[in-house]
Design a protein around this ligand. Structure first.
Ligand SMILES: *Cc1c(COP(=O)(O)O)cnc(C)c1O
Length: 375
């Protein structure tokens, strides 16, 4: 081959996506597949979103508004921030990429909690930087250890709050303590993909934070509680200067029309959102209760997923669930080999998962005791 990729890319591997429903149907000969591997909202979308998409169908030949003006105004009012403090991305994935392209260069180090969201690493590497992983402490982002790891070369710190894949969060007070004790030329990313599930209590009021600390940016998404994962839209909130820097590398028309109208409509339906949050809280409580009854270890979660350790080979458990048409995330995907991560679904879906898990574990237990007896 005569052409070569940039040297930095040699270390980068392609991001691993969960299997699609179609793939699982074919591979496991299933007619129906319940996908609980990507923290999507199985409640679907608000009816207002469907109407909005229908009414946009005659405008598909037009380029969409590059500024997402209607949505921009709505979020600006909702969070009481200036319109130029907002930036939209093709999912938060794109915003994370923009942050890498804008701030990270050769020789820069980015600090990443581990395990956490996988894209921070890819973006750091493709931008020419070096990722440094800071292990979680008791499944929580270890802010004190991250602070200790800072060197003059530290450029970006990625903080996922609540953290995916553990579901734990850090408080407003912990965050302020951290920010008060680090250099102001380090860009701090607050990835709040699960914000709507976690808000309240001691969870950070991060909009106040970005008004006070110009080196901090918030990332949120319409993919989780609003159910718009397929349309790809997320947004960032930050200081105006930071936002205008990111805007230089953003593709001019990066948010499609359907995503814009759907996101706008989803903000109008408080009732749908409330139902989803209620369903999620009940689902989490159900899983936690079942875990306690069965003696399965779990990490209390502020999100729409629960991460648990059922004390049997997690990979095999995932495989057995697939044979029953249920797709969840094996912890091995993020370095927690013994664990599984399950997206909370609707009541009947959660019951189906727990029933299946119990069956699988019972079978494993039986096999293990048969093996033990034959030794
Ligand atoms: C789901 C998720 C995202 C991706 O969101 P999109 O807006 O769909 O790109 C980003 N960060 C975390 C932590 C997530 O869990």
């Amino acid at each position: 081959m005569l052409y070569k990729q940039r040297e930095k890319l040699e270390k980068v591997s392609t991001y691993q996506q969960a299997k699609t429903i179609e793939q699982i149907k074919q591979e496991y000969k299933q007619e129906k597949v319940l996908k609980l591997a990507g923290n999507e909202n199985t409640m679907g979308v608000s009816p207002l979103v469907k109407e909005a998409i229908k009414s946009a169908e005659n405008e598909l030949f037009l380029y969409p508004d590059a500024k997402c003006q209607l949505l921009r105004e709505a979020l600006s009012n909702l969070y009481n921030v200036q319109e130029n403090q907002l930036i939209f991305g093709n999912g938060s994935f794109e915003l994370i990429t923009l942050i890498g392209q804008t701030f990270i260069e050769e020789g820069d180090v980015s600090l990443i909690p581990s395990p956490s969201f996988g894209w921070y690493k890819n973006v750091t590497l493709t931008s020419g930087g070096t990722p440094l992983f800071i292990p979680l402490a008791h499944h929580k982002v270890a802010l004190l250890d991250i602070k200790e790891a800072i060197t003059p070369r530290t450029k970006v710190i990625w903080l996922c709050n609540p953290n995916n894949p553990t579901g734990t969060h850090f408080s407003h007070e912990e965050l302020e303590n951290f920010l008060n004790n680090i250099r102001k030329d380090i860009v701090v990313v607050l990835d709040e993909a699960y914000y709507e599930y976690a808000a309240g209590g001691d969870y950070p009021n991060s909009v106040d934070i970005i008004q006070k600390y110009s080196n901090v940016i918030i990332l949120r998404t319409f993919s989780k509680v609003y159910g718009l994962a397929s349309l790809r839209i997320g947004y960032g909130i930050g200081n105006q200067e930071m936002i205008s820097m990111l805007d230089k590398v953003r593709i001019p028309v990066n948010i499609n029309k359907l995503a814009q109208v759907a996101a706008y409509a989803s903000l109008q339906d408080e009732e749908f959102k409330r139902n989803c949050l209620e369903n999620n809280a009940e689902g989490l409580a159900f899983y936690e209760q079942q875990c306690r009854e069965e003696g399965w270890e779990y990490i209390p979660s502020k999100t729409n997923f629960i991460t648990m350790n059922v004390h049997y080979d997690a990979k095999k458990v995932v495989e057995e669930l697939l044979k029953r048409g249920i797709s969840i995330r094996p912890g091995a995907d993020f370095g927690m080999d013994d664990w599984i991560r399950i997206t909370i679904g609707r009541e009947a879906e959660n019951q189906f998962v727990v029933r299946s898990l119990k069956e699988i574990i019972r079978k494993f237990k039986h096999n293990r005791s048969v093996e033990d007896a034959s030794i």
